[in-house]
Design a protein around this ligand. Structure first.
Ligand code: SF4
Ligand code: SF4
Length: 324
């Protein structure tokens, strides 16, 4: 087993910053992942309010531009620095795995792939759930990281999860020490108070209990924007007033918005707020699992924490199931 002594951790980070872009959790108005210029701002324990997904799946991406009948595709910058992203929690890492499945499995999205390929993922295991909205321990999360750090007194124990992680350790070998310490099952575990009852949700689609959430939902889309796993986008063309120039842009989109399912002719497939509300939850918990063998949701709790009316969809589902 390898360890990094906490006393040399800041030297390690400073060394990383010399040749790489370092991204880590910091507290600003809200907690988020940021490119680090000053390592004293890093808070490894933070479970960030905003997810890390914007570093891979950009909020907005120009796909091509047109000017006077000439089309250009923005050039990919191939000599960007390697990025080291540190402090990701197990839910964050599993959400990146799900986004990889969407953007790099069947068809490769070059913009996403470029960002993923230049990034080393270094996780930090939570010993305790961040708050009462976390429910990751009921979501069957797997090991997905290049390196994983576990707090152990005056050191971090290190697990290597990939070839990329092993090469990284070789590169910074002077900070990694062999140790007789080892990880027990309980060091890897995390127990959240909130737990999803695993019973199949298909029979509950018409339950009147959905009203507990639907009646206080604003369709504001905060839940989807904060979700580290959600991957929907919209294509939108911006044209200048003289109709000479245009840019095709890809923007994050949300199934909670009324116009999300609008098609030519004006028909909207999920017209009611109830349809949209239920769709998000069924997609997170069931539809994605039916297709890919794992739920899209990783139990991070961000959609509950960030909802203006704190709709706790896990509590709603559990109560529905307990009544039958
Ligand atoms: S954040 Fe809450 S209120 Fe807003 S769309 Fe999501 S569930 Fe509805
Ligand atoms: S659905 Fe909610 S709890 Fe699940 S991954 Fe998305 S934000 Fe986190």
């Amino acid at each position: 087993m390898l360890k990094i002594n906490k006393l040399s951790f800041n030297d390690f980070l400073t060394d990383i910053m010399r040749y790489n872009e370092l991204v880590a959790p910091v507290k600003t108005d809200e907690s988020r992942f940021e490119v680090i210029k000053d390592i004293s701002r890093i808070q490894m324990d933070l479970h960030t309010y905003f997810p890390a997904k914007k570093f891979f799946f950009k909020k907005q991406q120009t796909l091509y531009a047109a000017e006077n009948n000439r089309f250009t595709v923005p050039e990919m910058v191939t000599d960007k620095k390697q990025r080291v992203m540190i402090g990701l929690k197990r839910c964050d890492l599993n959400s990146i795995k799900r986004q990889d499945m969407m953007f790099m499995k069947e068809t490769t999205d070059p913009y996403y792939a470029e960002e993923r390929e230049r990034t080393i993922l270094i996780g930090h295991h939570c010993n305790q759930p961040f708050d009462d909205y976390c429910f990751c321990s009921s979501m069957d999360l797997g090991d997905f990281y290049d390196l994983m750090l576990y707090d152990k007194d005056d050191a971090y124990l290190v697990e290597i999860g990939s070839e990329k992680g092993r090469n990284f350790v070789d590169r910074y070998r002077k900070y990694f020490w062999d140790t007789d310490l080892f990880l027990r099952a309980e060091d890897r575990r995390i127990e959240t108070k909130l737990q999803l009852n695993k019973r199949d949700i298909s029979p509950y689609y018409y339950s009147p209990d959905w009203k507990k959430g639907v009646d206080i939902c604003f369709s504001c889309a905060a839940c989807v924007t904060l979700c580290p796993s959600c991957y929907c986008f919209d294509l939108h063309e911006e044209i200048d007033a003289k109709l000479c120039k245009s840019e095709m842009k890809r923007n994050w989109d949300s199934c909670q918005l009324h116009c999300f399912t609008k098609v030519a002719g004006g028909h909207i497939f999920r017209e009611t707020r109830e349809d949209r509300f239920k769709h998000r939850i069924y997609h997170q918990i069931q539809y994605f699992k039916d297709r890919h063998g794992m739920s899209l949701c990783t139990g991070c709790g961000r959609c509950i924490r960030g909802c203006p009316t704190r709709i706790n969809f896990i509590q709603i589902l559990n109560e529905m199931k307990e009544q039958t």
